[in-house]
Design a protein around this ligand. Structure first.
Ligand SMILES: NC(=O)c1ccc[n+]([C@@H]2O[C@H](COP(=O)([O-])OP(=O)(O)OC[C@H]3O[C@@H](n4cnc5c(N)ncnc54)[C@H](O)[C@@H]3O)[C@@H](O)[C@H]2O)c1
Length: 387
């Protein structure tokens, strides 16, 4: 089997060192995930690793110690035309330059840490470079790959009424960017915003209210409206997304996933209230449920399932053929990728009509939905929270 050659820039906590945290589920890092997939039999080879700190190289797992080491990512890229996958896990302020160059070099697959960049002008430039590149990009908002959020997304496909409330409490000092540091909103609130894009479609309207230790965004998406609240706290770290539909309130966060059914009220005639919370979905975060692994399974999926490794421009046939698989549609304009397509049913645009016909021609029937382009969502995060 042809090896999947991987390069990594930045070998700190999220690249590898967090595997030493005894309380976290495992794997919980980039190299930890790649080692786990290698042990599953995937032909993964770390060919190059780069950091500006010598001691960082000690974080590389023994399985990948043969990787060539670099102190400069430019030098690493120049020496490695053989890279199939580049992982960018260095400090946020470095992402922009590294990612821009990787896109210009058309490295076939790129996993970049969040937030993708620091400034709106960088996000806009990356959108342009991305449009011309043949690279595929995954941003490491790994919650999209968590079972509970994915199941919730399925449920929301058929829910008529939806509102949400995201709550993030953080032991951090700054909401906004200061110099090279991104601040809590870009660093953490983008995780919540990414879930909103994933679950609710495009953003239609927003309003921001900032106080000394908190920031609230009142947001209206295509499929839901609600609030994202970020609160700075001395020591508490809490992450949750609450979604209310006609029948149920879901609360999914770090360490829990609950649901409360809307039932006849035991207190008032003709009223309804919420039943006591029960488990929404069982997740044990073993190899099968692990969101980090699921993201990387998605990244390397094509290598193992399809011929060849270099990206060929996706065709409509390919789009149609992949509807049941998690896939990327970077050549489809972002405003249209969000369209949910009912094959053989009404089309919302000329493009959807075109695609509908194409899918019909390929024998697809029933409901299918195109996965949004998470990289463009991630760039949108930066634009929304930095404006
Ligand atoms: N997805 C998540 O849940 C998650 C969690 C933690 C961190 N992150 C993100 O991951 C990134 C790294 O965070 P971290 O906590 O691992 O930080 P870290 O400081 O532990 O690691 C960053 C590493 O990058 C190296 N580095 C800095 N500049 C470099 C350069 N020019 N070339 C090569 N290496 C360079 C540093 O020396 C360091 O080893 C940040 O963007 C952060 O937002 C994401």
């Amino acid at each position: 089997m042809k090896p999947i050659n991987v390069g990594i820039v930045g070998i700190g906590r999220i690249a590898a060192a967090l595997e030493k945290d005894k309380k976290r589920y495992k794997p919980c890092t980039h190299l930890g995930s790649l080692v786990a997939l290698k042990k599953e039999g995937k032909p993964i080879k770390l060919v190059a690793a780069c950091d500006i700190r010598e001691e960082a190289f000690f974080n590389i797992p023994t399985e990948f110690q043969s990787a060539k080491k670099y102190f400069s990512w430019q030098e690493m890229m120049n020496h490695h035309d053989d890279m199939d996958l580049l992982v960018i896990a260095s400090d946020t302020y470095t992402h922009y330059e590294i990612l821009k160059k990787a896109l210009q070099r058309n490295i076939p697959k790129i996993v970049v840490e969040k937030p993708v960049c620091l400034l709106p002008k960088e996000a806009k430039k990356l959108k342009k470079v991305y449009a011309r590149s043949t690279s595929k990009v995954w941003v490491h908002y790994e919650r999209r790959y968590r079972k509970a959020y994915r199941q919730l997304k399925d449920i929301l496909q058929t829910s008529s009424y939806t509102s949400f409330r995201g709550l993030l409490v953080l032991p951090q000092q700054n909401l906004f960017r200061t110099g090279k540091k991104e601040g809590a909103l870009l660093h953490d609130t983008t995780h919540l915003l990414d879930l909103c894009f994933y679950l609710f479609g495009d953003l239609v309207r927003k309003k921001q209210v900032v106080s000394q230790n908190a920031c609230r965004y009142f947001l209206e998406f295509e499929k839901a409206s609600g609030i994202l609240e970020t609160i700075l706290h001395k020591k508490l770290f809490h992450f949750e997304l609450e979604v209310l539909t006609e029948k149920t309130r879901y609360r999914i966060g770090n360490g829990f996933s609950n649901q409360e059914a809307v039932v006849e009220s035991p207190l008032y005639e003709n009223f309804f209230s919420l039943k006591e919370a029960e488990l929404f979905t069982h997740e044990n975060f073993t190899q099968e449920d692990n969101p980090y692994l699921n993201l990387y399974r998605n990244v390397i999926h094509e290598n193992l399932e399809q011929e060849g490794w270099r990206k060929t421009p996706p065709t409509l046939e390919k789009v149609g053929g992949n509807l049941s698989q998690p896939s990327r549609y970077k050549d489809v304009p972002p405003s249209r990728t969000k369209l949910k397509i009912w094959c053989g049913m009404r089309a919302k645009s000329g493009f959807a009509g075109f695609l509908r016909l194409s899918l019909a021609g390929h024998g697809c029937s029933g409901q299918a939905s195109l996965e949004r382009d998470s990289f463009l969502d991630a760039l949108e995060n930066v634009l929304v929270l930095s404006r």
